[in-house]
Every structure is written in C-alpha cells, then in structure tokens.
Design a protein around this ligand. Sequence first.
Ligand code: GLN
Length: 314
Amino acid sequence: NESELNQLAQKLPEWLEASRSVTSQGRPASYIPELGHAPADALGITVMDGSGRVVTSGDCGLRFTMQSISKVFTLILALMDRGEEGVFQKVGMEPTGDDFNSMLKLELVEPGKPFNPLINAGAIAVSSLIHGVTPAEKTERILAFFRELADDASLTYNEAVYRSESSTAHRNRSLAYFLKDNQVLTEADEVEEILDVYFKHCSIEVTCRHVARMALVLAMNGTDPLTGRTLIPRRYVQIAKTFMVSCGMYNASGEFAIRVGLPAKSGVSGGIMTLVPGRYGIGVIGPALNDKGNSIAGVHLLQSLSVHFDWSMF
Ligand code: GLN
C-alpha cells in the first residue's frame, strides 16, 4: 500500500497532464448558468488513504459545488432517519438508462415513484425524507452531516450557484410537482421548500480533498479511519455503494463499471467521487463534461489509474 501510494505520487502528474488534453473534447455544464464560468481545462485529483496520507495533482485546490455527488449522502442521511423501508417506499432500486433529469420513466411501473435515488426525481423525493420541521432545519442537518464526514466545520453552500440553479430549474420544478401529484411528495411537503433543500445540498462547495475525505468513510464501510468513529451504519454504506455502481455515473454507469470498476458518483460541476474499497477515498474535478454529463478528463484519468493499479472490484 505504501509503495503503491509512492508510485502514484510519482506517476500522477504525467497521467494527469495526459488526461487534461481530452478536456478540449468536452465543456462545462451551462444549464445552471453559474456553472458555465468554471475553467474548462482544469483537472485535479486527491487520493487519501486510511492513515490520512494524501497524494494530489493538478488543480486540486479548485472549489466546486458537489451537485449530484451530494445525493449519495442525502440518501444515507434519509436511510439513517427513516430506515430502508421508509426510503424504498418512495424510490426504487433500478437504473433508468435515461438522462439524470429525465421524466420518461416516471409513469412506468409505479406512477410517480422514481426508479432510484440518484436521478433528480429520486433525489428530490429523498430530500423530503430528511428529518426537520422546516426546510432550514433539514438543510442544517444535511450540512452538519456533510461537515462531519468531510471533517470541516466551515463547509457550506455556494450562494451564487444556489441562486443560479433555483432561478432556472424549470425542469426540476416540474419533476417535483409531478411527484406531488402522485403523492410521492405528501400533503405536508411544500414543493418549493423541498426544492430549496435539494438546490442547497447540490450547491455545497468543496475541494477534491473534501470529496476524498468523505469517500474514505465509504471506503471503510462507514467508520472514519482517522478518528475511529462510526459515522454511518455499514448496511447503509453498502446500499449507497451499490447505487454508485449501478447508477452513479448516470447512464454511463455500465461503461464506467467495465472501464474503471469502482463505485463512483459524478456531478454536473465536473466532480467525481470514487473509492477503492478498504483502501482509498478519491476526489476528482474536471469541469469539462462529456455527452453523458460526466467529467471527460476525470473519467479518463480514473481509467488510467484503475488499469495501472488493477483497482477494478470485478
Ligand atoms: N443540481 C443539479 C440538477 O438538479 C444536479 C444534477 C447533476 O449533478 N447531475 O440538475
């Protein structure tokens, strides 16, 4: 392990620059206007091992919003608040094969019930399950949980990105109203309030180090190896990691499982969270996206690493 990390430290700059060259084939998301300002040729990575040793390369200091990466942890918090039964009443367990904001399958099988918690409709339903009387209280509990996992009490959401998304999110609004029409959001759930919780957790601002630190807790099945504290029950980490494999990279999850073979979650800001079970937490940022909405250079880089070190779980 020690020697692998040393080798990684040595080789990473070269691999990173090779991957950076593919950024020109993608571009940052712009449907949330504020995300369009991100540097298109940026690429950074942080790898953290179980003793907290860190290897970084490239633009690892770049700040970005978690976007869909946050859905993994709101799912876990909802599981901790409501149990498996409570969560799976509202969302399914299957990949869709469609885009992350698609409405195509919302009326299939059980009307209104999103196929899984990582597509937008599913994550909005999950936001409604977080305990808290007011939306502000739900958001505070999400922030407190993320701060603990990232080991940074100053973690918060980016106001400009939050506003930018909230004022343009016509599609997410329509998904949420559809959920309400089908009683997936209940009488008590105010659509705009649930959306507010969702936009805010998507806008939580991090660096690759935070993402790697949070992923490390997942890699260690819920116990923070640096403090020895169990932050998440093992069963819920298992559920989250399974969704990361089947749905974490949107409708490119099958290809990612074949090419990289690790549980991962991407976000439209260009972040990717992944992990090597029992060994590493990994955070990547590369704002230029491919046509599936994943960081084009980030996926390229993770593939180089996984192939070289034989990290595939399969
Ligand atoms: N906040 C984003 C949205 O709802 C998250 C989507 C993503 O990262 N794929 O569109």
